[in-house]
Design a protein around this ligand. Structure first.
Ligand code: C5P
Length: 412
């Protein structure tokens, strides 16, 4: 994870703070990590617990908390982000920013920030139009603070006018433009523009009868994070996913399927693509003859047996697609022992370019690793194995997307 993908969100005290959950969700779906500072006023509108649950990180509130200062000083908070976003930005916090006042954690961090600052103002129309606010806005703009919004509309107080906070999708778009789009001097170009990518994710469900099925514990978190990160780098991305609880990532075409056979057909329809990442936990078998009716107990204490047949290997089929083979095919391997050795053998056997081996022994059992937010992986290529430290699945997605971009750039 680079600073470019980290946003430090300062939530100050306005009714628009209730839009922050949506904003955090949208930023995360675009592949950003979000860490929050909540002002005392902000905490009257939204709880730290809500922000912590959505951002997946501790929420920072108190400048003088000794543990916060020892674990993460206010200087480091801003150094580890690519952008500080103040949303909502009240008239009060902008006045303090404009005047260099640092009397709480939020304004101290803002004064210490060397990275770009973006503010989404939100206030009553009279406050927005007040000469004091106008002056403060001019000062902040002159110093390079980017503003997104406000917009015109009905205010929480019932009045109509300028001062509504910009909508979360517009703020998320502005953040992405600043951090990843062309233009600003802090920005990096999107590295996969013009490429087409296909990602598989989640488990497959294989019917035994109309009510029962064979499935597995895959959460889809890793596959979805990879699709979001690849799309975040500008690739035209399709995610073919089995049933999961993950929201559809932003700017990704999502094809929902149930079975391995459906997943293979959906993948084949997407060809040709430049990149294929098979992160789905495809069921190896399906019922040979799914019953049209619910299978009844016999009443006798007998054992039952189920005939299974092998499912198609989607990764293998993509690798063997001849002229339609994606230029870079990446598979996954969940291993519990001899991780690198087994994954390297799988890379050869499947005929894919890279294997991401996730070490499922480094957790509390297979189900724990499969549903967890972090992953410990090794990237196996023809050059050997590279071990990545434990990171969030979002970070793994971003790192992999950047590695893919580098590999394709090198090739052409
Ligand atoms: O063969 P195994 O299941 O260990 O291989 C894992 C890799 O193969 C993953 O990338 C998975 O998405 C892919 N796979 C597949 N179709 C299958 C089985 C596995 O695409 N039927």
């Amino acid at each position: 994870m680079t600073e470019q993908n980290r946003v430090l969100l300062i939530v100050s005290g306005g009714i628009a703070a209730c839009k922050c959950p949506e904003l955090i969700r949208l930023l995360k779906r675009r592949g950003f990590e979000v860490r929050c500072i909540l002002t005392r006023g902000g905490a009257r509108f939204i709880t730290p617990m809500t922000l912590a649950a959505l951002s997946g990180d501790k929420v920072y509130e108190d400048l003088f908390s000794l543990t916060d200062e020892s674990e993460m000083g206010h200087i480091r908070l801003t150094r580890q982000a690519g952008l500080v976003l103040v949303a909502p930005a009240t008239a009060n916090i902008m006045a303090r920013m404009a005047n260099g006042i640092a009397d709480d954690l939020a304004t101290t961090a803002l004064l210490a920030a060397k990275v770009p600052i973006m503010a989404a103002p939100a206030m009553n129309v009279a406050m927005w139009e007040h000469p004091a606010t106008r002056d403060n806005i001019e000062t902040l703009k002159r110093r390079g603070v980017r503003l997104v919004g406000p917009t015109e509309g009905e205010m929480a107080c019932g009045e109509w006018g300028m001062g509504r906070m910009a909508e979360p999708p517009d703020i998320a778009e502005a953040v992405e433009d600043l951090l990843l789009g062309g233009g600003g001097k802090m920005s990096a170009m999107k590295k996969l523009k013009g490429r087409r990518a296909l990602v598989t994710s989640g488990p497959t469900l294989e019917a035994i009868d109309p009510v029962r099925y064979i499935a597995n514990r895959s959460s889809g978190k890793q596959g979805h994070a990879i699709a979001a990160a690849i799309a975040g780098q500008g690739a035209d991305t399709t995610l073919v996913s089995g049933p999961t609880r993950q929201p559809d990532p932003e700017r990704v075409k999502v094809v929902h399927v149930e079975t391995a056979v459906e997943m293979l057909a959906a993948c084949e329809r997407e060809l040709p693509v430049d990149i294929a990442v098979c992160a789905a936990a495809v069921s190896d078998w399906r019922a040979a003859k799914p019953s049209a009716q619910k299978i009844k107990k016999t009443g006798k204490k007998s054992t039952a047996s189920l005939a299974l047949i092998e499912n198609p290997d989607i990764l293998g089929s993509l690798c063997a697609a001849g002229e339609r083979r994606p230029r870079l095919v990446v598979g996954f391997a969940a291993e519990t022992e001899k991780v690198i050795e087994n994954a390297a053998a799988k890379r050869k056997a499947k005929g894919c370019d890279w294997i991401v081996a996730n070490d499922v022994s480094k957790g509390s059992g297979v189900s724990g690793v499969m549903g967890a937010d972090t992953n410990t992986v090794h990237l196996i290529t023809s050059d050997g194995a590279e071990s990545w430290p434990e990171m969030t699945k979002t970070e793994v997605g971003l790192k992999l997307a950047l590695r893919i971009a580098d590999a394709l750039e090198f090739e052409t």
